[in-house]
Write a protein that binds this ligand. Structure first.
Ligand code: KG4
Ligand code: ZN
Length: 362
């Protein structure tokens, strides 16, 4: 069988993800083993625990993907694997296993940069040609960039402290939202979003919008975290807050945090649009913004970005939900895009460490 089949492997954080896609970019099979519940119980990701779970899951996930596709590794054209950025211990499991598979089956490896994969996945589902503006918002990252080509990115700004998903995860943990039965299996971002939908009066909290005076495209969420925790402590002192219950104060505070985060994201994205116009980085007659990463699943944030982009003449896209969060499909897709252009296909990786340089950093 001569047709192209790319096997993708993702282990950069807390999801063990595998997928096979064909030369048209159709998904042949996929498997995703999430560690979310374990990390929720531990109150956050402990790198050693994440590594142990990846070690446990990697082989069954690869095997399950091949079984679902009714294929053998010998039928695969190349193995695409995330090499950075991420938790080094987690990344190492995927890379080591990919190298093992490649060696045993004599297959090339295509090293993938996790953020580039997030930025490119949209092209699997939508006809978005280069160049376009991308806003990547997840648990580990927050950046604005122009995607100029498969391997050419122009970084416009990034977070100077934490990522928005991390902010939501920390707020949710501090509020013990996972003790609320209906929120118990959700990640922090989903829990905050769901709680916010119950808000009756978010204006009861005044949260500052970060970096309003700063004339660049960077982000900051530390100040917001401090403000949310300050208000929470104050309400606790007034005995207005009972942990584990979705009382109005909690819903209102979640909503205020979501609104402030959204305003910040919108503000910085609009600055990036102005920058792109002044510097002719995006064609005037074909302006597109792509939003991706786990936080892009948030409908309030996405709809606000969409509404705010109209004034700037931008059409806004996001991948379907399961492609916004970490998965093996986006890695396979990036591998396919590189395979088609004969980029970064490594056949001699025995002595070499897998490397990926990217304008998106780390
Ligand atoms: O892209 P992703 O799966 O992993 C990283 O690379 O970080 O993103 C996970 C992050 C978590 O912080 C999670 O709380 C956040 O995305 N998230 C959300 C939503 N769903 C997931 N944040 C806000 N609203 C959501 N609906
Ligand atoms: Zn990610």
């Amino acid at each position: 069988c001569n047709s192209t089949l790319i096997f993708g492997i993702e282990t950069s954080c807390d999801d063990t993800g595998c997928a096979i896609i064909n030369e048209e970019g159709n998904i042949i099979a996929e498997s995703l083993k999430s560690q979310n519940l374990v990390h929720l119980r531990n109150g956050g990701i402990i790198p050693d625990v994440a590594q142990d779970l990846h070690r446990k899951y990697i082989e069954p996930t690869v095997t399950e993907t091949l079984l679902k596709a009714n294929l053998l590794m010998k039928d695969i054209s190349a193995i695409a694997v995330t090499v950075k950025p991420g938790l080094p211990l987690s990344l190492a499991v995927g890379m080591k296993y990919a190298k093992h598979l490649a060696r045993v089956n004599a297959k090339p490896i295509i090293p993938i940069h996790h953020m580039e994969a997030h930025a490119l996945t949209v092209r699997m589902e939508h006809n978005v040609n280069f160049p376009y503006l991308v806003l990547l918002i997840s648990g580990g990252h927050c950046l604005l960039a122009v995607v100029q080509n498969i391997n050419k990115f122009l970084l416009l700004g990034k977070s100077i402290d934490m990522a928005p998903g991390e902010l939501f995860d920390k707020i949710a943990r501090r509020m013990k939202l996972r003790n609320v039965p209906e929120l118990s299996t959700m990640c922090g971002g989903q829990a905050v979003e769901t709680a916010a939908l119950r808000a009756t009066n978010p204006e009861m909290f005044n949260l500052p919008i970060p970096l309003v005076q700063v004339k660049d495209c960077n982000f900051s969420f530390n100040g917001l975290k401090t403000s949310v925790l300050y208000h929470l402590r104050k309400k606790e002192k007034e005995h207005k807050v009972v942990a584990d219950a979705l009382i109005p104060e909690i819903s209102n505070l979640c909503c205020a945090a979501l609104i402030a985060t959204t305003k910040h994201l919108v503000h910085r994205t609009q600055r990036a649009m102005q920058f792109c116009s002044i510097n002719n980085l995006i064609p005037e007659n074909n302006k597109r913004l792509v939003v991706s990463g786990g936080v892009a699943c948030n409908n309030y944030i996405f709809n606000a970005l969409k509404a705010a982009s109209v004034d700037y003449g931008y059409n806004v896209y996001r991948p379907s939900m399961k492609l916004c969060t970490d998965n093996g499909i986006m890695i396979a897709w990036n591998g396919l895009e590189k395979w088609r252009k004969n980029l970064d296909i490594m056949t001699n990786f025995n002595t070499l460490d897998l490397e990926a340089t990217s304008q998106l950093g780390e």
